[in-house]
Write a protein that binds this ligand. Structure first.
Ligand code: C2E
Ligand code: CA
Ligand code: CA
Ligand code: CA
Length: 281
């Protein structure tokens, strides 16, 4: 029987080869998928907890792969980042999100303050032509910078702090707003936080989801909210799934929320329907 079995090494090497081939395939698929317009954006509403109004949307990328079907970003964003393909993909995401924001502004003039939040990945943050690309996306869509909010994460800005501040100021000079995403999960240095020109702080879902279970987690949320507010930031709580969380967050003076309780990320059509259902807002 021994002679029939593959050696451990062989099995291991075959597995690695298969994985490498798959990665290579996926990499070329991303490249082609951009060309073939297989990517699309979904939009999850961000809600004002006091009034129930839609304050804006977060654009979240999806991939309608010609063979594999519908793919969430967790399956391709990391590879896109490693291979640099996040740059062309990210450029398309900016253009598409700006285009959608401009369309909604025209269609829903009552919602003039509607903001579109766009995620930026770390390799885009270091991209030398980031600012011209953002500027171009605004121009093409005929959109004012204020309509866009760029979401960055703590780890992106903690390396070269001075360079990061400079880049953030350049984004702000386009009129765009800045948000710090997944707050509390990265290795942030609180001593720098006040130097960053941030408008919004997003409390990570991991804290929000445990709020009603543990006193410690609700204390963390309370502290993060107070910290952000003391620095003049708006607060968005992510991943709200239960009404009890809304009640606790309101009691903590948290202004905005996002999560499945309100809506899952929606297609452009479904998000437009949602806005249509509330013309009086
Ligand atoms: P994120 O920026 O933290 O986005 C929020 C994620 O939480 C989204 O997952 C959203 O669908 C999910 N979510 C929202 N509300 C709830 C809730 O109540 N419960 C639960 N369990 N989940 C909720 P998604 O769309 O799969 O995106 C995952 C991550 O992929 C994002 O995390 C972001 O880091 C990245 N990503 C998504 N779109 C883009 C993009 O356009 N560009 C870049 N660079 N990254 C993106
Ligand atoms: Ca985000
Ligand atoms: Ca987030
Ligand atoms: Ca998160």
């Amino acid at each position: 029987a021994k002679s029939l079995g593959k050696s451990r090494y062989e099995v291991f090497a075959t597995g690695m080869l298969k994985e490498a081939v798959e990665r290579l395939q996926l990499e070329s698929d991303i490249r082609q998928g951009i060309e073939a317009e297989e990517f699309l954006l979904y939009y999850q509403p961000i809600i004002c907890l006091k009034t129930g109004r839609i304050a804006g949307f977060e654009a979240l990328v999806r991939w309608q792969h010609h063979e594999r079907g519908f793919m969430p970003p967790g399956l391709f964003i990391p590879l896109a980042e490693e291979t640099g393909l996040i740059q062309p993909l990210g450029e398309w995401i900016f253009q598409q999100a700006c285009h959608q924001a401009a369309q909604w502004q025209q269609q829903f003039p009552n919602y003039a303050a509607l903001q579109m939040s766009i995620n930026l990945s770390s390799s885009q943050f270091g991209q030398s032509n980031l600012i011209p690309i953002l500027e171009q996306a605004l121009k093409q869509a005929g959109l004012n910078g204020e309509a866009i909010k760029i979401e960055i994460t703590e780890s992106m800005v903690m390396g070269d702090v001075e360079a990061a501040i400079d880049l953030m100021l350049q984004i702000k000079s386009l009129g765009m707003k800045l948000s710090i995403d997944d707050f509390g999960t990265g290795y942030s240095s609180l001593s720098y936080l006040h130097r960053f020109p941030l408008d919004t702080l997003k409390v990570d879902r991991s804290f929000v989801s445990r709020m009603d279970e543990s006193h410690e987690d609700s204390a963390i949320v309370q502290t993060i909210i107070a910290l952000g507010q003391n620095m003049g930031m708006n607060i968005v709580a992510e991943g709200i799934e239960q009404d009890s969380q809304v009640q606790m967050l309101k009691a903590l003076n948290c202004e905005y929320g996002q999560g499945y309780l309100f809506a899952k990320p929606l297609s452009s059509e479904a998000a437009t329907d949602l806005l249509n259902q509330h013309p009086q807002w």
